[in-house]
Design a protein around this ligand. Structure first.
Ligand SMILES: NC(=O)c1ccc[n+]([C@@H]2O[C@H](COP(=O)([O-])OP(=O)(O)OC[C@H]3O[C@@H](n4cnc5c(N)ncnc54)[C@H](OP(=O)(O)O)[C@@H]3O)[C@@H](O)[C@H]2O)c1
Length: 337
């Protein structure tokens, strides 16, 4: 918590005001396993003219946090090849607006918000561009709202265009994005095959998956073919992915090893075109217009939010291991309030 004497009681309209007080945050100084993380007191972040200062109530974890902790795949080191450029991870936050910069028009102190920020979410306070935030629906808790921004945007864009009776396969479907993607694809009327480790098969069935595959015992690229493959963890060759597609089918990867992603955008694009299929990388667009539709479906009860577990700030290392080591069913949340 911010020390009482330092909390401004009026909106922070003047961005030149800089706070010099400490807040608790989870920090790291080198890439490595979860034990390189520690809770420390850091200077309170200060919003610039277009930013909002948020008292973070909950932050949800994404695989990208684990990747940036480990520094692998290599794209996780963008901005800091040898050491992390940002000391605090955590990009999906929900909380209350504490202060706003002078150019902020959409939010006021006291508003309940959620959104995807550029790291810094494993902390009591974080700053966010106003364009990254949305007003939190009243009926969602902070923990629930925090699960939606990144995973919801990936799932919505990853299932876009899938239609009635089409066959869709989702690889890595038992995690955060996958648990939304299975439900969205089922709502669109698709026949869904969900791939993940054996511990997640029942969970994926409970979300509506028609077929489930344990990736450790079965190679999904040797069997059925699909109209759409959404791959959250690409590692195989483009020829394997092409083999998994029906004629006219589409393969889109979102995450995975750098070499697999590079192969998809180079050889994959050509090999696909030559054989009447499309293989490519899905660059996910962030922001409220991409995650609010998912929140609306959660509010109406058409989508379920699955929270595997809730952890305290000092338990972030353990929470990250749950996600990174493949045990989390759905989303993991850090309750900061
Ligand atoms: N393209 C973009 O613009 C963009 C934007 C944001 C994020 N991303 C990326 O999108 C991905 C999103 O993942 P998420 O947050 O949904 O992850 P998540 O919650 O950790 O889910 C990933 C799931 O994949 C499983 N998995 C791992 N290796 C597998 C394999 N070989 N075959 C099948 N399943 C496997 C994992 O379990 P096990 O480990 O136990 O197998 C886990 O259940 C991340 O890689 C992130 O970096 C991309």
């Amino acid at each position: 918590m911010l020390f009482a004497y330092a909390v401004p009681r009026v909106p922070l309209r003047r961005p030149e005001i800089r706070w010099q007080v400490g807040v608790r945050a989870v920090v790291y100084d080198r890439y490595g396993p979860p034990d390189v993380l520690r809770v420390a007191e850091v200077p309170a972040p200060s919003p610039d003219a277009n930013q909002v200062l948020v008292a973070v109530a909950a932050t949800s974890l994404n695989l990208s946090d684990w990747e940036c902790l480990r520094g692998t795949p290599l794209y996780a080191r963008i901005g800091g090849l040898r050491a992390p450029a940002r000391r605090t991870l955590g990009s999906d936050i929900a909380g209350r607006v504490e202060a706003v910069g002078s150019a902020v028009t959409r939010f006021r102190p006291g508003d309940e918000v959620y959104g995807e920020i550029q790291m810094g979410g494993f902390a009591e306070y974080a700053v966010a561009r106003q364009s990254a935030l949305a007003h939190k629906p009243e009926s969602l808790t902070f923990a629930e709202a925090s699960t939606i921004p990144q995973a919801g945007a990936i799932a919505l864009q990853g299932t876009a265009g899938v239609g009635e009776a089409q066959r869709m396969l989702i690889n890595g479907a038992g995690g955060g994005s996958g648990s939304f993607a299975i439900q969205l694809a089922k709502r669109a009327g698709a026949h869904v095959t969900a791939v993940d480790n054996a511990g997640k098969l029942e969970f994926m069935r409970s979300l509506g998956a028609d077929e489930v595959i344990d990736h450790r015992s079965q190679d999904f690229t040797r069997g059925e073919t699909y109209d759409l493959v959404l791959d959250l963890v690409a590692h195989r060759s483009v020829f394997a992915y092409r083999r998994a597609l029906a004629r006219g089918g589409r393969y889109r990867c979102v995450g995975g090893s750098v070499s697999a992603l590079l192969r998809v955008v180079t050889i994959g694009a050509i090999a696909g075109r030559l054989t009447g299929r499309r293989l490519g990388l899905l660059v996910v667009k962030p922001g409220p217009s991409h995650f609010e539709p998912v929140a609306d479906l959660c509010v109406s009860g058409d989508l379920q939010i699955h929270i595997h577990g809730t952890y305290r700030l000092d338990e972030v290392p353990r929470a990250l291991a749950e996600v990174g080591e493949g045990r989390a069913l759905g989303k993991v949340v850090v309750d900061i309030a």
